[in-house]
Design a protein. Structure first.
Ligand SMILES: [Fe+2]
Length: 514
C-alpha cells in the first residue's frame, strides 16, 4: 500500500544517514506530516510536490510557532528510494501556513516517480506521481478521473480509497474541495466518535486561520490522503472554497459590501493556494488568483482547467432556478470573464491535439427543471448562454471537445449541441458531469427530478444520483467513461461498481451506452 511509512523503513534509515543535519531551528513538536503529501499539474519534465507541516492540525498554524522550517524533499524512480534522481530543501514558511510547494524539473516524460519529505527526524509518507508525455509524443491513451464535491460532514471519503487503486495518469478535481459551513464535533453525518473537533469548527469560515484549519480537517482523512499520494491532481475550485454561489466580488448575501467580501475571498484563495499542489504563478495577490491554465498530454489531449467563479458576471435575475429570465441573454454577460474566454477560444480554435478537455465547474448542457415552461439554473451555463454559444460554435469546427463538470452532486452524460432545441441535429461535443464524493449523502440510483429533466432535455443521455466519480480513458479516436458509484457514504467501507459506461467517437461526437 503506497503512502504507508512502514514500507520505507530501510530507505528512511539510508535517507537520514545521507542527509546533512538540519539547521538548528526549533524542531516541530510531534509528527508534522499529519496532512499527507500531494503532487499536481504534471508536465513532461516535472510535477509540483506539496505538503504542509501541522503537528496539531486542528489548531491555528497547525500547532507550530511563528517560525520557518527547512524541509528536505526527494524524488526517486523506485518506491524504496534506492534511485533518487532529484532532491533539495524547501522552506515551510509560517506566512504560508507552513506549506511546501516544490516545482520539480528535470524529470523524464511519461514516467512514474516517488517522492517524500523530511524535516528534523520525521519522514513523510511517500507519494507516487507521473509526469505527462513529451510534447511531441503521440500517446495511445490517457487515463483520468473526474471528482468533485467532498462535504466532510456528509459522509466518508470511500470514493477516494477506490480512486487511489485506479491506474490513472491524472485526476481532475473540479471544486468544492472544502465546504465553508459549520462542522460539529464528531464530523456531522460521519458521527465519528474518534473525532473531537474544537468549537472553532462550528464557525463558518471567513478568516485565514479558519480556512487553514478547515483544509487541515479534510487533509487528515486517510482516504483523501491515499488518493493524493497515488496520482497527480489537477485542481480547480468551485464556490464552496469561498462561499456558496458567490460571483466574482459579489457575496450571495446582498448586504455584504464588495470590499468586505473581497477580504473574505482573499483569505479563501490564499488558503486554497497554501493547501494545494499548484505552481508559483498560481499564487494569489490579495483577492486575485490566476487559476486557469492548460496542461498538455502529448498530441493526444490538452486539458483547459477553468475558473468559472472569479470573473463571472453576477447571476441573472437574482440567481435561482427560474423561468422567463431575459437578463441571462444580455450582451456582455460572461461566466469566464473576457481574458479567460479569449484565451480558451483561441486555444480551441488553434488546437493541435486530438482532444480538448474542459475541466470546469458548472453544468454546460441546457438543463430544464420541471413543468412545461422549463426553469433554468442561473448559476450554471444556462445563466450565461453567450459564453456557451461561443465555445460550442468553436467546438463545432474543432473535433474532440469534452467538457468535464462537477458542482451538482449528480451524474449526467450529456450531448452538447449549438441549439439544444433541435435534438435532430448532430452533437458538437459531449459533457460528463461527475457526481460528488460525498455531498448530498448516500443518494439514489434513480432520482425522479433527474428523470423529469431527461424528459424535457433529450440530450441528457443518462442520470444517476449516487456518490462516486467518473473514470475515463481517451484513445486516439474514442472517449470511454465509466460512472463509478458507491451504495453508501454515511458508513465507511462501501464497495464500488460501474453503474454505466458511455463512449463517444472523436469524429462523431455523441455519448452512446456501451
Ligand atoms: Fe458541491
Amino acid at each position: 500500500m503506497l503512502g504507508r511509512r512502514g514500507l520505507f523503513t530501510a530507505g528512511s534509515a539510508a535517507l537520514v544517514a545521507a542527509m546533512t543535519p538540519m539547521p538548528a531551528l526549533a524542531a516541530p513538536a510531534g509528527d508534522p506530516f499529519t496532512l499527507g503529501v500531494a503532487s499536481g499539474d504534471p508536465l513532461p519534465e516535472g510535477v509540483v510536490l506539496w505538503t504542509r507541516l501541522a503537528p496539531r492540525p486542528f489548531e491555528p498554524a497547525g500547532g507550530l510557532p511563528k517560525a520557518d522550517y527547512p524541509v528536505k524533499w526527494q524524488v526517486a524512480e523506485d518506491e524504496r528510494f534506492a534511485r533518487v534522481v532529484k532532491d533539495g530543501t524547501a522552506t515551510a514558511a509560517a506566512a504560508y501556513g507552513h506549506s511546501v510547494h516544490v516545482d520539480v524539473h528535470g524529470l523524464r516524460p511519461g514516467r512514474d516517480y516517488f517522492y517524500r519529505f523530511r524535516t528534523d527526524r520525521h519522514v513523510s509518507p511517500a507519494g507516487r506521481t507521473r509526469t505527462a508525455p513529451a510534447r511531441t509524443a503521440k500517446p495511445e491513451r490517457l487515463r483520468f478521473a473526474v471528482a468533485s464535491c467532498q462535504n466532510y460532514t456528509d459522509g466518508w471519503f470511500t470514493a477516494h480509497r477506490h480512486l487511489a487503486a485506479e491506474d490513472l495518469d491524472v485526476l481532475f478535481f473540479l471544486g468544492d474541495y472544502i465546504y465553508e459551513g459549520a462542522v460539529s464535533r464528531h464530523g456531522g453525518d460521519r458521527d465519528d466518535a474518534s473525532l473531537r473537533l474544537p468549537d472553532t469548527f462550528e464557525l463558518a469560515t471567513d478568516t485565514l486561520d479558519l480556512y487553514r484549519m478547515r483544509y487541515a480537517l479534510y487533509r487528515t482523512d486517510p482516504d483523501l490522503q491515499a488518493a493524493h499520494a497515488a496520482v497527480p491532481w489537477a485542481l480547480t475550485w468551485d464556490d464552496h472554497e469561498v462561499e456558496d454561489n458567490y460571483a466574482a466580488a459579489a457575496s450571495r448575501h446582498d448586504d455584504v459590501p464588495a470590499g468586505d467580501f473581497l477580504v473574505h475571498r482573499a483569505n479563501a484563495y490564499r488558503a486554497y493556494w497554501e493547501n494545494q499542489p499548484l505552481r508559483r504563478p498560481r499564487q494569489p495577490a490579495g483577492p486575485d488568483m490566476p487559476l486557469h491554465r492548460k496542461l498538455r498530454f502529448g498530441d493526444l489531449a490538452d486539458a483547459y482547467v477553468l475558473d468559472t467563479r472569479q470573473y463571472r458576471t453576477d447571476q441573472a435575475c437574482g440567481d435561482g432556478i427560474l423561468a422567463g429570465c431575459r437578463q441571462r441573454e444580455e450582451r456582455g454577460r460572461t461566466v469566464l470573464g473576457p481574458g479567460q474566454r479569449a484565451w480558451l477560444l483561441n486555444g480551441l480554435a488553434t488546437s493541435q491535439v486530438r482532444w480538448n478537455l474542459l475541466a470546469q465547474q458548472v453544468m454546460m448542457a441546457e438543463c430544464r427543471y420541471g413543468g412545461e415552461a422549463g426553469r433554468l439554473d442561473m448559476d450554471k451555463w444556462d445563466g450565461y448562454p453567450g459564453d456557451r454559444a461561443a465555445i460550442l460554435a468553436t467546438a463545432a469546427r474543432v473535433p474532440g471537445t469534452v467538457v468535464l463538470t462537477g458542482d451538482i452532486h449528480f451524474n449526467y452524460a450529456a450531448d452538447l449541441r449549438t441549439d439544444f432545441s433541435r435534438p435532430e441535429t448532430p452533437p458538437v461535443a459531449v459533457e460528463l458531469v461527475g457526481t460528488s464524493i460525498t455531498s448530498g449523502g448516500d443518494g439514489l440510483d434513480v432520482v425522479p427530478k433527474l428523470q423529469q429533466q431527461q424528459r424535457h432535455s433529450p440530450h441528457l443521455r443518462f442520470t444517476n444520483g449516487q456518490r462516486g466519480y467518473v473514470r475515463c480513458e481517451l484513445t486516439r479516436d474514442t472517449l470511454r467513461a465509466d460512472f463509478r458509484v458507491l451504495p453508501h457514504v454515511t458508513r465507511p467501507g462501501a464497495p464500488i461498481t460501474t453503474r454505466a459506461t458511455f463512449v463517444s467517437e472523436r469524429a462523431r461526437p455523441g455519448l452512446v451506452k456501451a
